[in-house]
Design a protein around this ligand. Structure first.
Ligand code: DAH
Length: 340
């Protein structure tokens, strides 16, 4: 009788456990069957009606039932906990295959890239990089560079004047004068910077652009030093097989003066659109520092000689990156800038 009751209770408990889908329900079942007032306790209370010799047997049966129910509870608890964990993990899952948002990186302006390249080359040859003022006295921009008042070269460079003798520099050559004024010799410098001319904007002109000036003054500096320096510069900038050609020219602050062409790095001299069919591309002006320029700064031209050169930064960048319109350099259109 007792045995049947127990079996019934056990079966009932196991079924309830089996069907429970939440941890709280398991707890309720535990209380209902194994608790102080639970079903099994009730059975034990009925022990007094059991014959004494049968009591150990019944006690054992009750314990057995308790063990079975307990272990089923434990097992189901584990299963439910595991299921809850899986559910939580599934909800928190990160899809690592989902493409991430692309972080937009800034780009260096082609002018900046070209400038860093030019600086790298000259620093490698032992040059110092210096800067000078963009607002200048007429004296530094013209007079001390052997371009006196009424000199036709003054009209060639359409100048923005601020007052009669203050202007926006038209050329970085003005920095040559500042360097000589420091009174330290020898000089071996390049000076990149912005220059201004009242030009109309078009594909090759802008009222503001950049130049890089070069100046070397020392004892025994000759034209071959200039030639070797610029040949090396051209090779490093445009490629090892680049040739240079010096064409006689005139600048007031150098004597003799030259314009330098490089062999076209695109067609290697055969003639293409880049070099307008000639095989050569003009890149800079240069010459031996005019003795009068040295004298004006108190440097004895019999003791010291020097060379100078001036190169347009935009021109280098346009050539190197095959950009066909200088206006692109100033419009700051992201579609253009992000290509570099
Ligand atoms: N200043 C000249 C210009 O703007 C460029 C130049 C030519 C600079 C010859 C030099 C040089 O130092 O020697 O056109």
């Amino acid at each position: 009788m007792m045995k049947e009751d127990l079996e019934k209770i056990q079966a009932e408990a196991l079924e309830k456990i089996q069907n429970s889908d939440a941890l709280e329900k398991l707890n309720e079942i535990r209380v209902a069957y194994l608790g102080k007032k639970g079903e099994l306790k009730q059975v034990l209370k009925g022990m007094k009606d059991v014959a004494p010799e049968d009591r150990p047997k019944v006690g054992e049966m009750v314990n057995k039932a308790r063990e079975i129910i307990e272990s089923k509870l434990e097992e189901t608890k584990k299963k439910l906990e595991e299921a809850a964990r899986e559910k939580k993990l599934a909800a928190e899952v990160i899809d690592v295959t989902l493409p991430a948002k692309r972080i937009k990186l800034g780009h260096r302006h082609p002018n900046t890239i070209a400038l860093e390249e030019v600086e790298r080359i000259f620093i490698g040859m032992g040059y110092e990089v210096v800067s000078g003022p963009e607002v200048e006295y007429d004296y530094y921009n013209f007079e001390a560079l052997n371009i006196p008042a009424n000199h036709p070269a003054k009209d060639e460079q359409d100048t923005f004047y601020i007052t009669n003798d203050i202007l926006l520099r038209t050329q970085t050559s003005s920095v040559q004068v500042h360097e000589m004024e420091k009174g330290r010799l020898p000089i071996k410098m390049i000076s990149p910077g912005r220059v201004f001319r009242s030009d109309e904007v078009d594909a090759t002109h802008s009222p503001s652009f950049h130049q890089i000036e070069g100046l070397v003054i020392d004892k025994n500096i000759t034209f071959s030093d200039l030639k070797g320096t610029l040949a090396q510069f051209a090779k490093e900038l445009f490629g090892e097989d680049t040739k240079v050609k010096f064409r006689p020219h005139h600048f007031p602050f150098t004597e003799p003066s030259a314009e330098v062409d490089v062999s076209c790095f695109k067609c290697h001299g055969k003639g293409c659109r880049m070099c307008k069919g000639s095989g050569w591309i003009e890149i800079l002006g240069c010459g031996m520092v005019h003795p009068h320029v040295l004298e004006m700064r108190g440097i004895d031209p019999n003791e010291y000689t020097g060379f100078a050169f001036g190169v347009g930064l935009e021109r280098i960048a346009l050539l190197k990156y095959e950009i066909d319109d200088m206006r692109l350099m100033y419009e700051n259109d992201v579609r253009f800038l992000k290509q570099f």
